[in-house]
Design a protein around this ligand. Structure first.
Ligand code: FAD
Length: 338
């Protein structure tokens, strides 16, 4: 969102929930040196913000917010099969996906239309339709904000998992990611193994030899139909992660709820959070300001004028209700900023 507010401390147009909150200072970062040139801005709390599409500010933020504006793309290496691309962290993710598809470089086409910046992609290891950024990520460059030290991590050191990385846990609010390196594939085989993408693509482009553009267009069509427009409904996408429970707990739940959808994953059984939320009667539930998005129970929307505390309170009621009915703890996918 573009700032449209004369209050230079307002965060309202800098995050997609659109809550009327302020920061102590808002500092746009156009160059890496903007981070380190004003040491006094590093005193107290600080937060790095990309496009604010995965945060909920519960209150005013009593610290400085660095807004990422770093731009640029460089090819680091290329051969007939692969391209290693370095992307400055403030680049828009969806525009990057479109750029790669136009170049016929495969790997991230399933991640079209995910809002936000390239630099935030590893923070929660963004994913959709069977692909995660971890599938193409090679390295992350960052600056330790307090010391100004530059660091480069290889993918294996980032603690990447399902909507998870060290940036959300042990490294939280410590580093400013300045660039990411991704490996893309030329002449990539089109294998949209996610049924909904395959079916949509076949419907949109019948009897054609499919290419990356078709996957990209199908993903954009699915997402545009299913997800709320942030300009109309403040939201941050899926509010909750799909819980992963132990095999034993899954068996117990299945005995009581035989119709419960479930998927085996490496460390247990994943249950769709949307199903749990709907079963607890939250579909279409809303107050005058906050509600569950009618087309997708995982999304909580600001219908207009909600405070961060009201949205967080609504989310906590959903968590309590799923815990009470299923004994399953829901975890927010969104970064909650107190
Ligand atoms: C409608 C909608 C649909 C969505 N769909 C998906 C989806 O399909 N899959 C998915 O995975 N996500 C999805 N999201 C969530 C969101 O788009 C992603 O998490 C995205 O990567 C956030 O990017 P951002 O730049 O807006 O990050 P922000 O919201 O600004 O920041 C998110 C977190 O990352 C940290 N951060 C951001 N940039 C940096 C940086 N440069 N250095 C260090 N830390 C940083 C912030 O401090 C914060 O903790 C969706 C969101 C919306 C609104």
């Amino acid at each position: 969102m573009t700032p449209q507010n004369s209050d230079t401390r307002s965060l309202m147009y800098l995050h997609t929930f659109g809550v009327a909150v302020k920061a102590k200072n808002i500092i746009p970062v156009f160059r890496q040196k903007n981070l380190t040139e004003n040491k006094h801005l590093l005193e107290g709390n600080f937060l790095v913000l990309g496009q604010g599409s995965n945060v909920l500010f519960v209150n005013d933020f009593a610290g400085n917010v660095f807004v990422n504006k770093l731009k640029g793309k460089t090819i680091l290496a290329e051969n007939e099969n692969e391209v290693l691309l370095k992307v400055a962290s403030g680049e828009n993710w969806h525009r990057l996906v479109r750029f790669c598809v136009q170049k016929k470089w495969g790997g991230i086409e399933n991640l079209a239309l995910i809002p936000g910046t390239a630099g935030a992609a590893p923070v929660q290891n963004i994913g959709a339709y069977g692909t995660e950024v971890a599938d193409v990520l090679e390295f992350v460059e960052a600056v330790d904000i307090a010391s100004g030290e530059k660091i480069i991590w290889q993918k294996k050191d980032l603690g990447l998992g399902y909507r998870q990385s060290n940036f959300k846990t042990i490294w939280k609010n410590r580093y400013f990611i300045t660039a990411i390196g991704i490996k893309l594939y030329k002449n990539a085989e089109i294998q949209p193994n996610y049924p909904m993408v395959r079916e949509t693509m076949e419907k949109m482009f019948p009897q054609q030899k499919h290419d990356l553009t078709h996957v990209f267009e199908a993903v954009c069509a699915i997402r545009s139909a299913k997800l709320p427009d942030v300009k109309k409904w403040g939201n941050a996408g899926s509010f909750f992660k799909n819980p992963v429970i132990s095999l034993a707990d899954a068996h117990t739940l299945q005995a009581n709820f035989p119709q419960m959808p479930h998927f085996s994953v490496e460390n247990g059984v994943k249950i769709p959070a949307a199903w749990l939320i709907e079963q607890c009667g939250w579909k279409n539930k809303a107050t005058d300001k906050v509600g569950v998005y009618p087309n997708q129970a995982l999304i909580i929307v600001n219908k207009g004028g909600a405070t961060g505390a009201e949205i967080w309170d609504f989310a906590q009621q959903i968590i309590a209700s799923v815990q009470e009915n299923f004994g399953v703890g829901l975890e927010p996918e969104v970064q909650i900023v107190f």
